[in-house]
Design a protein around this ligand. Structure first.
Ligand code: ADP
Ligand code: MG
Ligand code: ZN
Length: 637
């Protein structure tokens, strides 16, 4: 390390010296008395007037030397005598040279006794010329050349503006499997990589196939980067990490060179891990139309990566890991046997996983004894590790704002709301009429949810304004993570979504724009039921259309974008969706009409207290605690 640092300083010094020397030389030649610039015709005129002793014709200009004194022939003689000394002095006048020096010019000069000297390009002023050419290049490329040199000499790659990070096994911020939770399956699959890195020889002795490339696949924030680091931490080996985008540079060839350097370095420190984060930045399918991106450079980089992966002996003890959330765009060559042939899915955590992740992040946080992280986990379906880390942090911040010494459950409630629904609009007060409307709207959602057997139990209802769209929220608590949903559950879900608007209509005789999000979600759910899940009565078990593109994991596809059905079928689909929505609308209406008293009671309680939680809600409704409904829920805005 120290040696390379010194070398780097030496290089920088040399570079600075060259630059200074160049500037000095330039100053030297351009200084002194400048020749007077004249027009070509004037120069010829001067010769005709007998004022010139000599002209020097170079590639771009004609320099004229005046006769020393006006004294006619004597001066002329003098000029000739002093030829040797005159040669070194600056000319008196200079004119731009016409493209061709013609007969006429030479004749004129000859007639007036002017000596004509031709100057080859390399004579005299070649030094500044060369510098002018080289200096800008030096200024532009100098630093990066130095950087590449530093890389080549085994200096820290981080010199290249931190593109490659090397974490040593002994690093203070070393990560282990204890820091990564809720991804037990992935951990299990990576266990083999760890034992290989610990004892590469053992695998070889047995003749076991050695892992070479491991691709981590998962949505953003699920802990892929963390997991890769933890593998290095568990195995106690160095970790060379670089982001895919860091390879792709402005200049063609730099990325490929960087890949080469990276592998060279890593091999010297085996056993170790090379980690390429966000590999999709370089690993996209080649030959595609990549607007804007310098895809020539990217392809070269990718090719170099493939070459390096093929070229090294797996028993060398270098494991290459990569991470992506877009496996579908990767070049198939990358996942071929002998390359990233092992794929590890890093899933979004289940409820037990979320509890574990929350515990990991709560380690350094002072929690009140009654804090129930399990409840927090149940309230956060769909959140991934990065979100949960934020929940803990936000809760700690909320406690600090309260001036408390411990984080309490209410802080978590606030943190979850903050992250799920956006920050409270503290400054913006709703008008009374608006509050009134929102209270009925939310009470409507809540009561419909309570009345339906398949809806999620209501966890909390609130009319506290949030920044993201919603004016209030009814939080339903799914009792388990859902992988499948029945038709009845989906119908109930639509019914709950419509409940808010129906309540507004019933209580206030008028609907508002507050239900726009509900309507969008209801329509989308109904469309999916008909087109995707084959759940409509009229059209039966078939699908219509295909998603707009290959979608990864659970990102919603715009269903039905690719039409593979007739216009008549399209009309039938629309009819089915209409019927579904109308039926659920009617059901919600029936429920709330029958429970009008309760609706008013809940709405009034909301206006008074702004937030009501489940037990309180139960006391307000006639039927008491609702049955144990189930459904992947979230918030009804
Ligand atoms: P990804 O690379 O998948 O986008 P990261 O590994 O960068 O996600 O995760 C970002 C942060 O979120 C981590 O530094 C960590 O604090 C937290 N995190 C994510 N997943 C987990 C997990 N499974 N267990 C604990 N913390 C996690
Ligand atoms: Mg990452
Ligand atoms: Zn709503």
């Amino acid at each position: 390390m120290e040696k390379t640092t010194r070398r780097r300083i030496a290089f920088s010094l040399v570079y600075v010296l060259i630059a200074v020397a160049a500037l000095w030389l330039l100053r030297d030649t351009s200084g002194g008395d400048e020749p007077r610039t004249v027009a070509y015709s004037e120069l010829v005129g001067m010769a005709e007037d007998g004022k010139l002793a000599r002209v020097v014709v170079s590639e771009s200009s004609i320099a004229g030397y005046e006769k020393a004194v006006d004294d006619g022939s004597e001066a002329k003689e003098k000029g000739k005598d002093d030829d040797a000394t005159e040669d070194d002095g600056p000319p008196d006048v200079e004119a731009a040279r016409p493209p061709m020096i013609d007969e006429q010019f030479l004749t004129t000069m000859h007639e007036h006794g002017v000596e004509v000297v031709g100057q080859p390009a390399s004579e005299g002023s070649w030094w500044p010329m060369l510098l002018w050419l080289v200096l800008p290049l030096l200024l532009i490329f100098g630093p990066s050349l130095l950087a590449m040199r530093a890389m080549g000499r085994g200096g820290p790659l981080s010199f290249a503006r931190g593109r490659v990070k090397i974490l040593d096994a002994t690093a203070a911020d070393r990560v282990t499997f204890a820091d990564v939770a809720g991804v037990d399956e992935a951990k299990g699959e990576l266990q083999e990589v760890i034992s290989f890195l610990r004892e590469p020889g053992r695998f070889e002795a047995i003749g076991a196939k050695v892992p070479k490339g491991v691709l981590l696949i998962g949505s953003p924030g699920t802990g892929k980067t963390l997991l890769a680091r933890a593998v290095a931490g568990e195995a106690g080996v160095p970790f060379f990490s670089m982001s895919g985008s860091g390879f792709v540079e402005m200049f063609v060839g730099v990325g490929a060179a960087r890949v080469r350097e990276l592998f060279e370095q890593a091999k010297q420190r085996a056993p170790c891990i090379i980690f390429i984060d966000e590999i999709d930045a370089i690993g996209r399918t080649r030959g595609g139309v990549a607007a804007m991106s310098p895809h020539e450079e990217r392809e070269q980089t990718l090719n170099q990566l493939l070459t390096e992966m093929d070229g090294f002996d797996p028993s060398a003890g270098v494991v290459i890991m990569a991470a992506t959330n877009r496996p579908e765009v990767l070049d198939p060559a990358l996942t071929r046997a002998g390359r990233f042939d092992r794929k590890v899915i890093v899933d979004a955590p289940t409820v037990t996983g979320r509890i574990a992740i929350l515990r990991v992040h709560a380690r350094g946080v002072k929690l009140a004894p009654e804090v129930d992280l399990e409840l927090v986990a149940r309230r956060t379906p769909g959140m991934v590790g990065a979100d949960l880390a934020r929940v803990i942090n936000e809760a700690a911040l909320a406690a600090t704002r309260r001036g408390a010494t411990q984080v309490e459950q209410q802080d978590f409630e606030e943190a979850i709301d903050r992250i799920q629904l956006g920050l409270r609009r503290r400054g913006r007060a709703m008008s009374d009429a608006e509050r009134h409307r929102v209270a009925f709207h939310e009470a409507g959602h809540a009561l419909v949810a309570l009345a339906l057997p398949h809806a999620d139990p209501v966890h909390r209802v609130t009319i506290i304004p949030r920044t993201i769209g919603a004016l209030g929220a009814t939080l339903q608590l799914p009792t388990e993570d859902r992988f499948l949903m029945t038709r009845a559950e989906l119908r109930d879900r639509i019914c709950v979504m419509l409940g808010g608007r129906v309540a507004e209509q019933l209580a206030l005789g008028e609907v508002s724009t507050g239900a726009v999000n509900d309507l969008e979600r209801a329509s989308e759910t109904a469309r999916q039921m008909v087109c995707r899940f084959g759940m409509s009565e009229g059209l039966g078990p078939q699908t219509f259309g295909r998603p707009a593109g290959l979608q990864f994991l659970d990102s919603p596809a715009a269903w039905g974008d690719h039409r593979n059905f007739s216009d008549q079928r399209a009309a039938e689909i629309d009819g089915e969706i209409d019927r579904l929505i109308a039926a659920e609308h009617e059901r919600a209406r029936a429920i709330l009409t029958a429970r009008h008293e309760e609706l008013v009671r809940v709405a009034e309680a909301l206006l008074e207290r702004e937030t009501i939680d489940a037990p309180e809600l139960a006391t307000l409704v006639r039927s008491g605690v609702p049955g144990d409904g189930v459904e992947a829920g979230g918030a009804q805005a």
